[in-house]
Design a protein around this ligand. Structure first.
Ligand code: PSU
Ligand code: MN
Length: 297
């Protein structure tokens, strides 16, 4: 297997921030997805870090894409949604794949990238059907800092936090006392610690390293207030989308993309604007954390 990173590693290079690609290929419609992919990279560069959008192209693990490759991910119809279990398949078949939080963490770690920005992590789905995102066990086993706006509100947030606690994943609120609910700033559920700077996150990452802990770490940044969708506005749309998924028998890897797209339609794209705003904000915070970690480390 050939494994490539676009830029050659060198001592003096800017600290890198990984970005996921499922949100580009399966999370947002064109042209919003392409604009977002470029905007996230620009946000990371503004802070002085280097963006590395993660994907699999022609079976190769990649960290850092050209603009033509971003365009391909945003427009092609044969891009597979790749979580951890799909990795060996798409590599063996020399296919193209967009990476979820789980597989982006795996590949980021492979390339020595320690910080990763996403929108919202996957988690424990609501309802009786047993469905837990591979994002959670990846957080328990791979030492990457994941910057997010909490878990997507389509999920069972209390159960998601319980899972993270059981498996020893530290949940940090960035300028927040509560676990954010993706579209909204609050969930009523506490985080393990509140921090108010990137330096404080870096200190926790270093302590975790010194303790020899191999797990990841979750940094939760509430969506900027101006872009927030209050829970009473978004919750009816989520409940309707969940009922439709149930009656249409939508399960497995198709469920999260379906729910996100339906909530966007039902809220007149308000939820998509919120999604875009929080993704950008998370990229910005992740770049600051990457810089803070690069100082005296
Ligand atoms: N958050 C978004 N849009 C997305 C996702 C998260 O705003 O498209 C993606 C992420 O890649 C996440 C995945 O890892 O959904 C979770 O999918 P599943 O529940 O099937 O594990
Ligand atoms: Mn699932």
């Amino acid at each position: 297997m050939r494994v490539e990173s676009q830029a050659e590693p060198e001592k003096s290079r800017a600290p890198r921030v990984a970005l996921e690609s499922t949100v580009i290929a399966h999370g947002l419609p064109y042209p919003h997805n392409l604009r977002l992919a470029r905007r996230l990279e620009a946000r990371v560069r503004e802070v002085g870090a280097e963006p590395a959008t993660i994907a699999i192209l022609h079976g190769e693990l990649r960290a850092g894409l050209t603009d033509a490759e971003l365009h391909h991910l945003a427009t092609a119809s044969n891009i597979r949604k790749v979580s951890r279990r799909d990795l060996p398949i798409v590599v063996a078949q020399k296919g193209d794949g967009a990476t979820t939080v789980a597989s982006t963490m795996f590949i980021a770690h492979h390339f020595g990238i320690e910080v990763f920005a996403t929108g919202g992590i996957g988690g424990v789905h609501r309802g009786a059907v047993f469905d837990i995102s591979a994002d959670l066990p990846e957080l328990a086993r791979t030492p990457v800092v994941v910057v997010c706006a909490g878990a997507k509100a389509i999920l069972d947030l209390p159960a998601t936090l319980e899972w993270l606690e059981t498996h020893g994943v530290t949940v940090i609120g960035y300028g927040a006392d509560e676990f954010p609910a993706f579209y909204s700033r609050q969930s009523g559920l506490p985080v393990d610690v509140r921090v108010d700077s990137a330096a404080e996150v870096a200190a926790i990452v270093r302590a975790k390293r010194q303790l020899g802990m191999q797990n990841g770490l979750l940094v939760c940044v509430p969506v900027p207030a101006a872009a927030e969708l209050p829970a009473p506005v978004v919750e009816p749309a989520i409940e309707q989308a969940l009922r439709e998924a149930e009656s249409r028998g939508i399960r497995g890897k198709a469920l999260t993309p379906f729910l996100l797209a339906r909530v966007s339609e039902l809220t007149g794209e308000a939820s998509m604007r919120t999604n875009l705003a929080l993704l950008e904000n998370n990229a910005y915070v992740a770049a600051q954390i990457a810089l803070a970690l690069a100082i005296e480390s």
